[in-house]
Design a protein around this ligand. Structure first.
Ligand SMILES: [Zn+2]
Length: 87
């Protein structure tokens, strides 16, 4: 049976069915760690992954920058979800 795309249900245009050409192999980091992508999400996911990888390789301190970005995004998300005070 085929695997489901990592973005199945999240990304507009996602095909759902994973395309083996776009499977990411992270087993050198974690045993059995594969991320599956369909033919729609795969190219975008790979481009993003390559850009991230390049940033990690070429920019010292990128990991902590990224962590801060993620924290900020999470805070923004929480603020958006928080009820808007009236009056
Ligand atoms: Zn997809």
């Amino acid at each position: 049976m085929g695997d489901r795309c990592n973005d199945y249900g999240d990304r507009l245009g996602c095909l759902g069915e994973a395309d083996p050409r776009y499977t990411m192999d992270f087993t050198d980091v974690k045993p059995g760690a594969f991320v599956f992508w369909c033919a729609h999400c795969g190219p975008e996911a790979h481009a993003l992954n390559e850009a991230l990888q390049e940033a990690f390789d070429t920019r010292p301190g990128f990991a902590s920058e990224l962590e801060k970005e993620i924290e900020r995004a999470e805070e923004e998300m929480e603020n958006k979800l928080a009820p808007v005070p009236h009056g």
